[in-house]
Design a protein around this ligand. Structure first.
Ligand code: MRU
Length: 348
């Protein structure tokens, strides 16, 4: 994806949201216009829009969309309707904290408005600010993270923490892009990321488009390549970071355990909007998704109907397996006091 390409954006003339449908990649590059909150909720549930920072931006734009499409004439009923829309959007994906964060940030801007026109303008402005800040954060994360990578290295990543998971540039892939831009020779091993293959479909596509050397492996091959000495670092994104754990796509924990066993640094790249100063690991809800994601590939069913299936979308990596976390403000190393980190810093 070229540097200016956005994953989702607000169309000011039409008053709606446009986004790249990530379920169709890499076969089809399709831009969808989204004109209703219900459609946006479906898009988020189906992972047409996905990735924690992109969900934060979508949440912000979703509140803007609810404001623009409301037919209410008095401010109280208007705010009630927008708040119901926000609840619907918030319920679509519970683990990625950025979604609720983006929604609440825009809601907070309009909650004391006394007229609907001002509320609409403020909602759009704030959502646009979130999107701009996200791109800035990714570039800052990239710059800080690039210092961690050797001049020549092979980096393993999981799922997609790239431009598609953000407004643009990416978090984990932002670090890789920034390092490559600085002249480092970085090769990437992208784990396919069962069951929905975000690593194979999205990470490999993004990096190949940028001309970055990428090799796709199945998730179960990661330990083999670590043991063979073929991996110098692991770098992943995050959906929520509590003081005691990093929540990211299912399979991340397995890589962290293997990396520790082989003495390979395990890095996480995420903006401060992904940090949760309120909860600890045991309080976080892990999204369980439908069985068909595990039992089917294309039209083919390959698990017998009578077999039980589990499909947790995320796992928690305990903080003591994390070497460092790259934020827009710099690199932090565990142990982590998330509350004090958040109070010492503000978004750029
Ligand atoms: O279910 P997804 O595809 O939304 O999961 C995404 C991930 O787990 C990403 O690694 C994460 O959001 C990092 S975002 C830069």
């Amino acid at each position: 994806m070229t540097e200016g390409t956005k994953t989702l954006w607000w169309d000011a003339a039409a008053g709606n949201i446009h986004y790249i449908d990530q379920t169709l990649l890499p076969g089809e590059y399709t831009i969808v216009s989204c004109t209703s909150v219900d459609r946006l909720a479906t898009a988020i549930r189906r992972l047409e829009i996905r990735g924690a920072p992109a969900l934060g931006v979508a949440g912000g734009y979703g509140v803007a969309l609810a404001s623009v499409t409301s037919r209410e004439k008095d401010i109280r009923s208007f705010l009630k309707e927008v708040s119901a829309a926000a609840d619907l959007l918030r319920s679509t994906r519970p683990t990625a904290i950025n979604l609720a964060w983006g929604i609440d940030r825009v809601l907070g801007k309009i909650s004391s408005c006394t007229d609907i026109g001002t509320a609409r303008d403020l909602a759009i402005q704030e959502a646009e600010t979130i999107a701009r800040e996200d791109t800035d954060c990714c570039h800052a994360i990239g710059k800080h993270g690039a210092t961690l990578l050797p001049d020549t290295c092979t980096v393993l990543t999981h799922c997609n923490a790239g431009a598609l998971a953000c407004s643009s540039w990416g978090t984990a892939l932002g670090v890789i892009r920034s390092a490559v831009r600085e002249g480092k020779n970085v090769k990437v091993i992208s784990c396919e990321t069962r069951p929905l293959l975000q690593g194979a479909r999205l990470t490999a596509w993004e990096l190949a488009e940028d001309g970055i050397d990428v090799t796709t492996i199945t998730d179960s091959m990661a330990a083999h390549f670590m043991r063979a000495g073929a991996i110098d670092a692991v770098i992943v994104g995050a959906d929520r970071i509590t003081g005691d754990a990093v929540f990211n796509k299912i399979g991340t924990y397995m890589h962290a355990v293997c990396a520790r066993h082989h003495g390979i640094p395990f890095y996480v790249a995420a903006p401060l909007s992904t940090f949760d100063g309120e909860k600890s690991e045991r309080d976080v809800v892990i999204e369980e998704r439908g069985r068909e994601e595990v039992t089917t590939m294309g039209n083919r069913v390959f698990v017998p109907d009578r077999a039980h299936v589990r499909n947790p979308a995320f796992d928690a990596t305990p903080m003591d397996l994390v070497t460092a976390i790259v934020t827009e403000h710099g690199v932090v190393r565990p142990p982590l006091d998330v509350r004090s980190l958040l109070s010492r810093t503000s978004t750029i």
